[in-house]
Design a protein around this ligand. Structure first.
Ligand SMILES: C[S@@+](CC[C@H](N)C(=O)[O-])C[C@H]1O[C@@H](n2cnc3c(N)ncnc32)[C@H](O)[C@@H]1O
Length: 271
């Protein structure tokens, strides 16, 4: 099956700028139920929509997650954060795990699927994102709609809190790939002038949301970690900070501990 009449799917995708046109054409052909649907999908991809939004799913760490138009598409780089969240959750009995700024909830979903006994929560300000998260999470997961920490019931605390906050600095937004700029909400990407607006908000309330010996994990660009660690330290209410670096794409995970979990001295992550 191929998109009829206007050249092969791969040729059309290549002409519209796709670097992996053959592979993408194969994905579309496998996803489409008939020629009409393949044509519709091909047009959406030609118009610059994410391939994942067009076919409605993304594979992360071998797990399939539902995605949808208008909702941030989980990135492969987030495997670093997911790996750390799973490790922290496994180190605890019946851990309470929250994904803040959850979007499609890749962290909460992968923790729920790989850590027996984990009780997962997901919070986001966007109800369209939570509708997608719902499809990726088990029935017992708890969803919270609202702005930052205000989404959560008073007094609720967590052993592991993970987030991919919007962390793109304002002057980098125009440099994002077209599919992100045109097909993801700006509010899911932009973190203010230096990219750290949401990080400041998260650190300001984290001490009231972490359980004893709990841990907060944030995905950031490694160039932001030093400034973010200073924000955490300046709250005076959070404990040791360290960072885990990704392979070579600039992704980092900043880990901030509840003060009771200060097993390592407070330190500035190196560049
Ligand atoms: C970069 S996306 C990350 C989504 C998901 N964690 C992932 O990795 O695929 C950031 C998410 O933060 C949400 N968000 C933006 N501002 C927020 C706020 N003030 N409170 C809660 N969530 C917010 C957006 O709706 C978006 O889903």
């Amino acid at each position: 099956m191929d998109a009829g009449g206007q050249g092969t799917t791969a040729t059309r995708l290549r002409a519209s700028g796709s670097v992996f046109a053959e592979e993408e054409a194969e994905v579309l052909r496998a996803a489409a139920r008939d020629a009409d649907e393949l044509e519709a999908m091909t047009r959406r991809r030609e118009a610059g929509e994410f391939l994942e939004q067009v076919v409605g799913e993304v594979e992360v760490m071998g797990e399939r997650l539902v995605v949808a138009p208008g909702v941030f598409v989980p990135r492969q780089r987030t495997a670093l954060l997911i790996g750390e969240a799973v490790r922290e959750a496994r180190a605890r009995r019946a851990p309470r795990v929250l994904e803040m700024c959850a979007g499609a909830a890749p962290v909460a979903a992968l923790v729920a699927r790989s850590v027996p006994g984990a009780r997962v929560h997901a919070a986001d300000v966007d109800d369209a994102a939570l509708a997608v998260a719902r499809q990726n999470l088990p029935a017992g997961a708890v969803l919270h709609l609202g702005d930052g920490w205000a989404a959560l019931p008073p007094g609720e605390r967590f052993d592991v809190i993970a987030a991919v906050p919007p962390y793109v600095p304002r002057d980098r937004l125009a440099l994002m790939p077209r599919e992100a700029r045109e097909h993801e909400p700006t509010a899911a990407l932009l973190g203010g002038e230096d990219g750290l607006d949401h990080v400041r908000t998260l650190f300001a309330g984290a001490a009231d949301r972490l359980a004893r010996r709990g841990v907060l994990l944030l995905e950031l660009h490694h160039g932001q970690c030093r400034a973010a660690a200073e924000v955490a330290r300046a709250t005076g209410r959070l404990g040791a900070v360290d960072q885990v670096l990704g392979a070579d794409d600039g992704t980092a995970v900043l880990r901030v501990r509840d003060p009771a979990g200060n097993l390592i001295p407070i330190q500035q992550p190196a560049d």
